[in-house]
Design a protein around this ligand. Structure first.
Ligand code: ZN
Ligand code: ZN
Length: 144
């Protein structure tokens, strides 16, 4: 196992290409209303990285950005509309959607914002009511 393995990703059309290097800070699933509304899916599989671990290798001019709140700056490809990642500047991490990193061994550690879940997932992994305490949440665990 290499410590500095690199995983490649791209948007839906391939205009925007990027790479992440090293290991993610955390991986899991977010069930919050914002993630569901933005993704148009029932849950968001996230991988959080230090911002410097992510490099855009192609199509940087085609990246759109929208922030409904200061916490989350959501990025997509303006040519195909495919989602790319979400900057969390106040947390100092960037969420690169697990679905865009086929080479990454996705090992979800936690479900966050499970109180908002519409798709219950019985995988035996930790379910947090909102966010971990170290990220400003209650850190309270809830049942599946
Ligand atoms: Zn695209
Ligand atoms: Zn979320």
């Amino acid at each position: 196992m290499s410590q500095l393995n690199t995983c490649l990703g791209s948007c839906f059309c391939g205009e925007v290409q990027f790479a992440v290097a090293g290991q993610p800070v955390a991986m899991g699933y977010c069930h919050c209303d914002s993630c569901r509304h933005w993704s148009a899916g029932p849950v968001n599989a996230f991988t959080l990285w230090q911002p410097q671990a992510l490099s855009v290798t192609r199509g940087v001019a085609s990246i759109g950005s929208y922030n409904k709140t200061a916490r989350s700056h959501r990025k997509w490809c303006v040519k195909c509309g495919g989602h790319l990642f979400t900057d969390h500047p106040t947390l100092g991490v960037v969420d690169v959607y697990a679905s865009l990193l086929p080479q990454l061994a996705f090992e979800p550690g936690v479900h966050v914002n499970y109180q908002e879940a519409v798709l219950l997932i019985h995988d035996g992994r930790t379910k947090l009511k909102d966010m971990p305490a170290e990220m400003g949440g209650s850190g309270i665990e809830v049942q599946e």
